[in-house]
Design a protein around this ligand. Structure first.
Ligand code: SF4
Ligand code: SF4
Length: 534
């Protein structure tokens, strides 16, 4: 296995990958995917890409072009240092300064975090993917070039284009899932360090993956949604979804738009409207059946809960969050409810708590608790036998680890799935593993990045899914449901199922939680879950 032997290797062999993962470096998956010879391999990065862009391993996420002159190189390094300096200034980084300083100053090098990281594990323990490999680089740069402290105490590191560009690439080899942070006995947050490196690159150097920035945040702020949907188009699409859902369930629904004074402003991840219309259709069916006072907003940005800034850029994050809060304020709703989207939860609840003040600080709630209250209220009758197939539950990192929302989705499942059909993953709840699509990976696919992602970040989740269903017949005649109540996770799980052909070979399908709820509603026509979707 090709891997670096020390942190200082980050400056060596310019233009050459420091690590390369082959399928035979990896631990075989459970049956029927246990033959490594049959597993697809990661196609190599092209020579053209290696010549043109920064290279740290055998894939590329960010496309950082090589400098054309010494001056350009020097400017690149200096702008990184300028951004790093700002990260340690209270006025520039009041949101994250405390935990950042703590994470920089204290690390016992105990490696507990490495054991927790699915990327490190699936890499066959490749040194490049240790959570503290990139943290140690930024730490050494900080102590040597910002604090000007002794390299004898903190370790030495060169600082040039190669180091900085590779460090930025490395910050996109982390799902920012914070499983490592949870296990660190000191409280060091390696995920935050990845995120702060991304932030410096974006805010100070104008460097970010185009899927997140140009085709994500920028598009959302310009037209209203990173899907490209304008207010007119989203209304058209929802009208179509309402009609289709009413026909399939036999329950008439009409999504309310811009209803002033409603109790709830529901914000979906707009990707659901485009890719999984059965999800917003199910939400509307449940909310209407429960008699909730709710609305969606057709205001620009406010019909899309996506906020990619949360992964890479504070300014983009804040702009989107303020749009969401303004729409709620203008409608005079009592609270915002977030649909099935983990990062939208993180953005508009935990992180936005540091940005939304005064009358913009409108109560925000997860759909998981709203749905739990509905399901347990007795307002809707359910027949769990309509979900008489094996079900496992994926825990989105932002719901469980970040926000502690663990029980509500399980209380719902207990009511709508026969008891002997539910299979917990090992491990689950706050100790879950990331789906592998976290921090933007699910929508990133330049060069061979999607293949790298399937092998390195999504494979641990796929392993968990296969383990959860190991006692079941693994064929298409016996459908099994991976319930993933997060749009981003669902996209990643769809991709991994497709990559391994897991529907055809093992009958593994996927969907959200609301689809499973409607599928069990006695008043609905049966078979809301249509396995052919998957
Ligand atoms: S678990 Fe914490 S202290 Fe130990 S190596 Fe990881 S970051 Fe450092
Ligand atoms: S945040 Fe997640 S992906 Fe990143 S280093 Fe920690 S455990 Fe690994």
């Amino acid at each position: 296995m090709k891997q670096p032997s020390s942190v200082k290797d980050i400056a060596k062999n310019p233009g050459q990958p420091l690590a390369k993962i082959e399928t035979f470096d990896q631990t075989p998956l459970p049956p029927p995917f246990d033959d490594l010879d049959l597993e697809p391999s990661i196609p190599p990065l092209s020579d053209e890409a290696k010549e043109k862009y920064a290279v740290v391993d055998d894939t590329i996420a960010v496309n950082i072009k090589r400098p054309k002159s010494k001056e350009e190189e020097e400017q690149f390094v200096q702008s990184f240092l300028s951004g790093l300096r700002k990260c340690f200034s209270k006025s520039d980084n009041w949101t994250f300064l405390q935990i950042l300083e703590m994470s920089m100053e204290h690390c016992a090098h105990c490696q507990t975090c490495s054991e927790a990281c699915h990327i490190y594990e699936e890499s066959g323990n490749n040194e490049l993917y240790r959570p503290i490999y990139r943290s140690e680089i930024i730490r050494r740069i900080y102590f040597k070039y910002i604090k000007k402290e002794s390299t004898l105490v903190h370790g030495d590191i060169d600082l040039n284009w190669e180091v900085v560009s590779r460090l930025i690439e490395l910050s996109y080899r982390c799902n920012i899932c914070r499983r490592c942070a949870q296990t660190c006995p000191i409280g060091v947050d390696n995920a935050l360090l990845s995120r702060e490196i991304r932030k410096i690159a974006s805010q100070e150097m104008g460097i970010a993956p185009k899927e997140l920035h140009k085709d994500g945040s920028v598009l959302q702020l310009e037209v209203g949604s990173s899907t490209g949907m304008t207010p007119a188009i989203v209304k058209d699409n929802i009208e179509f979804i309402d009609e289709d859902t009413s026909e399939r369930t036999g329950i008439e629904i009409e999504t309310p738009w811009d209803k002033e004074g409603a109790d709830i402003l529901l914000i979906h991840n707009a990707g659901e409207i485009m890719a999984w219309p059965e999800n917003p259709g199910a939400f509307a069916t449940i909310f209407e059946a429960a008699g909730l006072s709710w609305t969606m907003s057709s205001k620009i940005v406010a019909y899309d809960g996506i906020n990619y800034g949360v992964w890479y850029d504070d300014v983009m994050f804040a702009k989107v969050a303020v749009h969401h809060a303004m729409a709620a304020k203008e409608l005079g709703v009592k609270r915002i409810v977030l649909g099935e989207c983990g990062h939208a939860h993180k953005a508009l609840t935990v992180i936005a708590d540091k940005v939304l003040t005064g009358d913009l600080n409108i109560p925000r709630e997860s759909s998981m608790t709203v749905l739990r209250d509905i399901v347990l209220s007795g307002k809707i009758e359910f027949d769990p036998m309509r979900n008489d197939f094996p079900v496992t539950l994926h825990d989105p990192c932002n719901l469980v680890r970040l926000m502690g929302i663990v029980a509500p989705q399980r209380e719902i499942i207990k009511k709508i799935v026969p008891e002997n059909r539910f299979r917990e993953m090992a491990t689950h709840g706050v100790e879950n593993y990331c789906c592998g699509g976290g921090s933007g990976f699910a929508i990133m696919s330049g060069h061979n990045f999607a293949d790298w992602r399937h092998h390195m970040t999504g494979r641990r989740k796929f392993r968990q899914i296969l383990e959860a269903f190991q006692d079941e017949p693994m064929d298409i005649e016996h459908p099994k449901y991976v319930c993933a109540p997060c749009s981003n996770c669902k996209g990643q799980i769809r991709d991994i199922i497709t990559y391994y052909d897991a529907w055809e070979k093992a009958g593994i399908g996927y969907g959200g939680l609301v689809e499973l709820i409607v599928n069990a509603m006695v008043d609905s026509e049966p078979d809301y879950i249509d396995w052919e979707w998957h």
